[in-house]
Design a protein around this ligand. Structure first.
Ligand code: UDP
Length: 184
């Protein structure tokens, strides 16, 4: 299992952003590792992601049993900390996924919390093949620094892998159902 062990994931991601080094962040749990066994495309994407963090406690227990000194890193907390860094550095954020009202609610909550949050764009996650082309155009035109994708596992991981070339210098994070939580 290619879980990457960094002392400080957030600091590492800030460096990647400053260096404009495109990065796919996968936050992994036991369910996802089971899915990857049945889904070679997902397994390949997890292998090729620049950062895979241990989101689930099962993954942490497994790695500790193999002698790794590792701490759990819940994906939603990692994403929140990266968003805070984005606000501090005026990096532009794109939110993709969730229901239409949900993603807009997240934006308005963030705008209340941080007046200077830079939203590069949003799109809900219920698009068909036709509107997917528009989503891609929107993403490419926006060239956000941080792209949060909440389409559920494994769709979001596969989607990021297929589309990250549109914004090759961005940090892309699969955030699962985080938009639902952030929207209150
Ligand atoms: N979602 C979406 N488009 C879809 C299916 C799901 O945007 O076609 C969103 C859904 O609204 C939710 C998230 O994807 O916000 C999946 O949440 P879940 O808690 O199931 O995440 P997972 O357990 O897959 O990480």
């Amino acid at each position: 299992m290619p879980v990457h062990i960094h002392e400080d994931y957030v600091a590492w991601l800030v460096e990647r952003l400053q260096a404009r080094q495109g990065t796919h962040v996968v936050t992994i749990n036991a369910e996802m590792t089971m899915q990857a066994r049945q889904n070679p495309a997902l397994a390949r994407v997890i292998q090729s992601a620049e950062l895979v963090v241990p989101d689930g406690s099962g993954v942490v227990l497994y790695l500790r049993s193999r002698g790794e000194k590792i701490k759990r890193c819940p994906g939603i907390e990692l994403s929140e900390q990266v968003v805070e860094q984005a606000v501090r550095n005026q990096w532009r954020i794109f939110l993709l996924g969730g229901a239409p009202t949900v993603v807009d609610q997240v934006v308005s909550i963030w705008q209340q919390r941080w007046q200077n949050v830079a939203i590069a764009g949003t799109h809900h996650g219920y698009f068909d093949a036709v509107s997917e082309a528009q989503v891609c155009e929107q993403l490419q035109a926006a060239q956000a620094d941080l792209i949060l994708v909440g389409l559920g596992v494994p769709r979001q991981e596969l989607w990021i892998d297929q589309h990250r070339h549109l914004c090759p210098k961005a940090i892309w994070i699969g955030v699962g159902g985080s938009f639902d939580i952030w929207s209150g």
